[in-house]
Design a binder for this molecule. Structure first.
Ligand SMILES: [Zn+2]
Length: 457
């Protein structure tokens, strides 16, 4: 496998509703390490688009073939963004950008390999009437290959449809031409917000080895910890990475335990006059409990607590999945526990938010098999900044049956604790996978937006 293919394989998928300009805030690191189509919110489609774009970028198929395949994937999709992508002009733009990025990665590696003999690069801009002033300003400038400015302004790669190119030169020639330049980054940023730093595609200090998936997750975790990103969802496994996500040795035990508490739950639900089959969804459930059984709306019946074992190990998340998701290389137990007062996980969480899971234990078993037990589930890791660290949530989604299983990682016990398992439309997952910007929090941006609108009126 060549450099470009290696790098393509190592990327993670990102789903975002943000525009390219808004993504600028997240930083160039992400742009060079993730396959990202701005505003595509359909997580299960992104992978299909990605495989086509990768094939095109690696030169395996022609532009016409790639456009045709984009049309097949998105042409009839109910998702508007997917349909837009299938349109020729948008497909061309996305494919060109992906190829430009892939070529940047390949060329950067060559530059690093030849650094001893050719440590400098002359920046050449196209001197025709179409060249952008910010690109023309760099024409003839000399950069050291170690200059971070060059990494973010690689000729031909740092902006959409950039036609600039770099010429590698010796130290002697660089000196003769007046030596290397130094620029401050901000003056020359691409107006479009496009950012690409090929150096990020590689390990620091070792350009022959590529960043792998767990490393990307860990690096994102650091960015979240440092407050650069507030929340980010990374798709770390797609249906194409087919292997069991978890061994479910304790699933029968869990179903038995759920069966045991089911009659008590049913009593409470009947008292609320709520029927999960006829009145699905959290809001209706909540309304019925408020009206008819307020005591047990958030407070789990005591009998359930008495009858439920302290902890059930449902199974173990596979070593492969743990590794892809950045949790080390050993299988990690996934447990169902009673949960906590704040109800962020376990049985108490489900009682507050998903009472339907108590109604039919056999259905619960089917959902866990379709997610945790499914070799074609989509695995997502969500990292979110908290007051004292980073909250890590793993989500398994089966696009076929629209089933979800969500678990949180407990740093203390080194276990995944089940939060919920249910069937929901794909839009449920978009929340988990959405990226939120760093410096400006979403809420503040929203406030600004409404303020502006108000002032305009
Ligand atoms: Zn250019």
């Amino acid at each position: 496998m060549n450099t470009i293919e290696n790098w393509q394989k190592s990327r993670v998928n990102l789903v975002t509703r943000k525009s390219t300009a808004e993504l600028k805030e997240i930083g160039e690191e992400l742009n060079s390490r993730a396959f990202l189509i701005a505003k595509l919110t359909q997580a299960n489609l992104i992978d299909d688009f990605r495989f086509v774009a990768d094939d095109y970028a690696a030169g395996k198929i022609t532009m016409t073939e790639a456009q045709e395949r984009f049309k097949e994937i998105g042409g009839n999709s109910p998702d508007e963004i997917a349909r837009n992508l299938a349109a020729r002009s948008r497909a061309t733009a996305v494919l060109n950008t992906q190829r430009q990025i892939a070529r940047g990665v390949g060329e950067w590696q060559v530059w690093m390999e030849t650094k001893d003999d050719l440590p400098y690069v002359i920046y050449h801009a196209n001197k025709d009437g179409f060249v952008r002033p910010s690109h023309a300003a760099l024409d003839g400038k000399i950069f050291s290959k170690d200059d971070p400015f060059l990494q973010t302004h690689m000729p031909g790669k740092w902006d959409y449809n950039c036609r600039c190119w770099g010429e590698q030169i010796t130290a002697k020639r660089a000196e003769k031409l007046g030596g290397a330049q130094k620029f401050r980054k901000a003056e020359y940023d691409a107006e479009s917000g496009f950012m690409f730093n090929p150096a990020n595609a590689f390990r620091e200090n070792d350009v022959t080895q590529l960043k792998d998936r767990p490393e990307v997750v860990r690096s994102m975790e650091q960015s979240v910890r440092a407050g650069k990103i507030r929340k980010i969802g990374l798709i770390v496994e797609s249906p194409k990475q087919a292997h069991p996500r978890a061994a479910l040795n304790g699933l029968g035990r869990m179903t038995d335990a759920m069966r045991k508490i089911q009659p008590v739950a049913e009593e409470s639900v009947d008292k609320a006059q709520w029927d999960p089959k006829r009145q699905p969804g959290y809001e209706r459930q909540d309304k019925k409990f408020k009206e008819n059984n307020p005591e047990e709306r958030t407070k789990i019946p005591k009998k359930i607590q008495d009858d439920f074992p302290a902890e059930i190990e449902v199974g173990k998340i596979s070593a492969q999945t743990c590794s892809d998701a950045g949790f080390g290389s050993d299988p990690i137990p996934v447990t169902l526990e009673f949960g906590d007062q704040k109800a962020s996980y376990g049985l108490t969480h489900n009682w507050q938010h998903h009472k339907e899971v108590f109604a039919d234990p056999a259905e619960g078993e089917r959902i866990l098999q379709a997610t945790l037990g499914n070799p074609k589930a989509q695995t997502t890791v969500t990292l979110e900044k908290t007051e004292d660290g980073v909250r890590k949530i793993i989500t398994f989604f089966d696009p076929k049956t629209k089933s979800y299983c969500v678990a949180r990682y407990d740093e203390k016990t080194k276990k995944f604790q089940l939060m919920s398992w249910h069937r929901s439309p794909a839009s449920y997952g978009e929340n988990q996978w959405e990226i939120s910007g760093g410096r400006v929090l979403d809420r503040e941006r929203q406030k600004e937006y409404w303020k502006e609108r108000h002032e305009k009126k």
